[in-house]
Design a protein around this ligand. Structure first.
Ligand SMILES: *Cc1c(COP(=O)(O)O)cnc(C)c1O
Length: 233
């Protein structure tokens, strides 16, 4: 199986999942997650029609973005963003998925202002409450979004989550459903400066369930590129 074959299979599975729940397949975008994989593999994905790439580590993304300057890809940051990396993240990424504190939101806003950009972000929510996971709590999300919505160089576009890892994807469903309900509640508040359109949820093991629960962005690595390479610290 080549990368192009894998992508064809994933697109087919995404379309079927959308169909099963009466959604239009065009509402769900594939974010190809390329962490640890070399630029050449990302190029193959682009040649196979991938338009959006998710990276977790700033330095690694910088190198790949430079190597793929001839490919018009949209780069998303899906890792944990440290405030001291906000400047470079704003320079490189169309969407930052993991904003989970006002401190980080303010720093992203400040860096975006400096380059005259309106930076799109998602708010990461820790719906499972696992101590090891990043993300704001469900309870704190609305207030964070209200505050972030006031920052002039930020655009809150929706929510992102990472449920606990399960062997059976069905077990992730309640977490995806919880994120969707939270999105609907926040949307009903019609917060100024906020469009609650995106739900970034679902990975290789559980993206079909996530689509059934309303995902608009699925972040898929292993099913496209195979197992990740070991990464130097
Ligand atoms: C690595 C990663 C993914 C992709 O995971 P796979 O199981 O390989 O599809 C998705 N989202 C985030 C935040 C990741 O760090």
């Amino acid at each position: 199986m080549t990368i192009a074959d894998n992508i064809a299979v994933i697109r087919d599975r995404m379309a079927r999942a959308a169909q099963r729940c009466g959604r239009n397949a065009a509402e769900v975008a594939l974010v190809a997650v390329t962490k640890t994989h070399p630029a050449e593999m990302v190029r193959q994905a682009w040649q196979a029609g991938v338009t959006t790439v998710g990276e977790n580590y700033i330095q690694e993304a910088c190198d790949k973005i430079a190597a793929l300057a001839d490919c018009p890809l949209s780069w998303h940051f899906i890792g944990h963003l440290q405030t001291n990396k906000a400047k470079i993240a704003v320079a490189l990424f169309d969407l930052i998925h993991g904003v989970d504190s006002l401190k980080l939101a303010r720093e992203v806003d400040k860096q975006a202002a400096k380059i005259g950009k309106i930076q799109s972000i998602l708010i990461q929510v820790n719906v499972s409450g696992e101590a090891t996971k990043s993300g704001t709590t469900e309870e704190a999300a609305l207030e964070l979004i209200r505050d972030a919505g006031r920052l002039e160089h930020l655009r809150v576009r929706g929510l992102m989550t990472m449920p606990p890892f399960f062997d059976q994807p069905e077990r992730a469903r309640p977490y995806f459903a919880a994120l969707r309900r939270l999105r609907d509640r926040i949307r009903a508040e019609a917060v100024a400066g906020v469009d609650m359109v995106e739900l970034s949820m679902g990975m290789t093991g559980d993206f079909e369930v996530a689509i059934e629960e309303g995902a608009t962005l699925v972040r898929i690595g292993t099913a496209i590129f195979g197992p990740r390479q070991a990464r130097e610290a």
